[in-house]
Design a binder for this molecule. Structure first.
Ligand SMILES: NC(=O)c1ccc[n+]([C@@H]2O[C@H](COP(=O)([O-])OP(=O)(O)OC[C@H]3O[C@@H](n4cnc5c(N)ncnc54)[C@H](OP(=O)(O)O)[C@@H]3O)[C@@H](O)[C@H]2O)c1
Length: 295
């Protein structure tokens, strides 16, 4: 039975969609930059650059278009990750992120789903956020008009094929293509109405370069939108598979025993450097676009 509308709203991750524009704060007509050629917001001396509200709002679709998710990076798909955090850096409000977003953030997430060939999310995220109904009809039509499949491939990783499919409505949606990458050699996922492929990797060989290669080879994927969570995203970054990081900062304080944007081991003594490519605001939410340069 398809979930009713109220249920979808209640379970959907930072959704439903809205048509809100994002106010470009960096520069009029700003486009993402791949390096620090231009002055970032905070200068190396003690002056701060004001964010330019005169640039005017940009639709979320334009912001996503500038990410070039149809252009692979070398021989692997381009990967952009979108996360939302509170002003104190928390990625959850309760046991989920629902309640941190605003209309523009939800629109950005929807447009990332519309503009990417695949959507990557961790198993605990799919479960915690009760993933369902990723796109609206007009977004499906937009994909078709741009030569894409009506629905992005949804990808998750579970080494032990431990996916609570009965508690993730998306797994029961007819026509939704889902890839579950695993090292489990014999187990299956029962009771799915979606079009589920179990991609089996030899034990000890499951990693994100391999998953991305499979997506490119078997599904023609050129660009991936990663929706976390913190555990999966850390692995993706550690394995040099992230190109763009979109961080929404919500005007809220959370504290408590909640997850931050990344969990797992520290990235060495120096951390990982990012370049600030673009900044927007919508209401009191701040939208930061960072790029990662690979060695
Ligand atoms: N604020 C936000 O924007 C945001 C976004 C998403 C999620 N969240 C929140 O974050 C929470 C879930 O995040 P989480 O970090 O607990 O889980 P998660 O990232 O959703 O899931 C962990 C994933 O990482 C995989 N993984 C772990 N180690 C790996 C490795 N070495 N190689 C390959 N895959 C590996 C796991 O697969 P295995 O089964 O193999 O371990 C699993 O798919 C939820 O509460 C959700 O609400 C917040």
């Amino acid at each position: 039975m398809p979930p009713d509308r109220d249920r979808v709203r209640a379970v959907d991750h930072r959704l439903p969609a809205d048509r809100c524009g994002l106010l470009a704060l960096a520069r009029p007509g700003a486009r993402p930059r791949a390096h620090r050629a231009d002055p970032p917001t905070v200068l190396s001396d003690d002056r701060l650059t004001p964010l330019d509200a005169a640039a005017g709002p940009r639709p979320a679709r334009d912001v996503v278009g500038a990410l070039r998710l149809d252009e692979p990076v070398g021989d692997r798909p381009r990967v952009a990750a979108a996360m939302i955090v509170s002003a104190d850096g928390r990625a959850q409000l309760t046991d989920r992120s629902v309640g941190l977003g605003n209309a523009a953030d939800r629109a950005l997430l929807r447009e990332l789903r519309t503009g990417a060939d695949a959507v990557l999310a961790g198993t605990r995220t799919l479960h915690a956020e009760r993933y369902a109904t990723l796109l609206d009809d007009d977004q499906r039509e937009h994909r078709l008009a741009h030569g894409r499949t009506p629905h992005p491939v949804v990808v998750t990783v579970s080494r032990r094929l431990d996916v609570p499919v009965a508690e993730i409505p998306l797994f029961d949606e007819a026509g939704v293509p889902i890839v579950v990458a695993t090292e489990e050699q014999t187990g299956t996922l029962e009771g799915c109405g979606a079009d589920v492929e179990v991609a089996r990797f030899t034990p000890g060989t499951l990693d994100f370069p391999g998953v991305l290669a499979h997506l490119a080879d078997a599904h023609g994927v050129r660009g991936v939108s990663c929706e976390g969570g913190p555990g999966l995203l850390r692995q993706l970054i550690a394995q040099e598979c992230l190109d763009d990081l979109l961080v929404t900062v919500a005007p809220k304080l959370v504290a408590g025993e909640t997850l931050t944007m990344l969990t797992g081991d520290r990235f060495g003594d120096t951390g990982i450097d990012l370049a600030l490519a673009d900044v927007h605001r919508a209401g009191d939410h701040l939208f930061l676009h960072y790029t990662r340069e690979h060695p």
